[in-house]
Design a protein around this ligand. Structure first.
Ligand code: PBG
Length: 323
């Protein structure tokens, strides 16, 4: 006798009935870049379909994201001035702080998250303060905590530290609490690899390191046990959610972290993963929208609850059509 798994693949309805994983617009977190200037937005050449928005354009964009059923955005700021210690990252009138209040004022229900890091704000492009030719971990913690509190003051719901300094979740939590921001959450980029897949983002956010690389603080792509260690540490330090980044080359890590982690788990489908699909689709080599949906379902299947993705709007439209 032949066992026939194909019986359950006979029709679209049957396949739908036995489908194990579901993708929903509520799983998406949409990244948005915000900068100073006139007009509404400027395209990012390495990420077709993505823009740097001005304060004049960002609220409208957030409204569109919300109307598509996407519950959350994560903001990245491009400041007017950079310096050695990233002081514009915690300015009350900084670009991200202003964007948070403008969005929350117009759209109180959307969950606004912010990337907390120094690389966009330092003239050397590293994610921390430089001392004696190295990144000074503990000096950086103070600036990160200050940045997080400034976002909280502007009304952010959740801060997402992406710098990979040791102890930053604990430092941010205690500074938020000391300033009465007990309800501001922390999504920790707990497991962030030193990846070449961030290439297009560094153009979009103007944050490529001016010397060296980030291997002294971001994780070695060869390591998996270390991902568990970082996750446990951040759970203990008070993170509310954990993130693995990038997503696709690290689906095994997503799975392993899911099994060890008691918190909601996000995966970041990063700029390079997005750009590759767009470029190959433009060349006519792949069916971009289908590849997009396959990638997103695979991230979900690996165990992510939430996906930070530049595809969010496009995928939301596909999901709406296939209802
Ligand atoms: C750092 C940060 C980076 C990304 C998100 N936050 C860049 C880096 O670590 O070099 C990358 C996101 C992407 O590639 O889509 N602030």
């Amino acid at each position: 006798m032949i066992i026939r798994p194909r019986r359950l693949r006979r029709s679209p309805t049957l396949r739908k009935m036995v489908r194990e994983t579901a993708l929903s617009t509520k799983d998406f977190i949409y990244p948005l870049f915000v900068k100073h200037g006139q007009g509404e937005k400027e395209p990012i050449p390495s990420m077709p379909g993505q823009y740097q928005f001005t304060l004049g354009g960002i609220v409208q964009e957030a409204k569109e994201v919300w109307s598509l059923g996407i519950p959350s955005i994560i903001l990245f700021g491009i400041p007017d001035k950079k310096d050695a210690t990233g002081t514009r990252s915690y300015a009350e009138d900084g670009i991200v702080q202003r964007a948070i209040s403008a969005i929350k004022e117009n759209l109180p229900e959307i969950i606004v998250m912010t990337d907390v890091c120094l690389c966009e704000y330092t003239d050397h492009g590293h994610c921390g303060i430089i001392k004696n030719n190295g990144i000074d971990n503990d000096a950086t913690l103070e600036v990160l905590a200050r940045q997080a509190v400034s976002h909280a003051r502007a009304g952010v719901d959740i801060v997402a530290p992406s710098d990979m300094m040791d102890g930053r979740v604990g430092a941010i939590r205690s500074e938020l609490d000391a300033n009465q921001f007990h309800d501001t959450g922390i999504l920790s980029y707990a497991v962030k690899y030193a990846s070449a897949f961030y290439g297009p983002f560094r153009e979009a956010a103007d944050c490529a390191p001016q010397f060296g690389d980030r291997a002294g603080y971001q994780m070695d792509p060869a390591n998996a046990l270390e991902a568990i260690k970082e996750t446990i540490l951040d759970m203990e330090e008070g993170a509310d959610m954990i993130m693995v980044k990038p997503a696709l080359p690290y689906l095994d890590i997503v799975r392993r972290v899911r099994e060890e982690c008691l918190l909601p788990l996000a995966a970041y489908n990063v700029s390079g993963e997005y750009a590759m699909v767009k470029a190959a689709h433009e060349k006519g080599w792949i069916d971009g929208p289908r590849v997009m949906m396959e990638m997103l379902i695979s991230i979900k299947r690996a165990g992510a609850d939430l996906i930070v993705t530049y595809f969010a709007k496009e995928a939301a439209r596909v999901l709406e059509q296939s209802k």
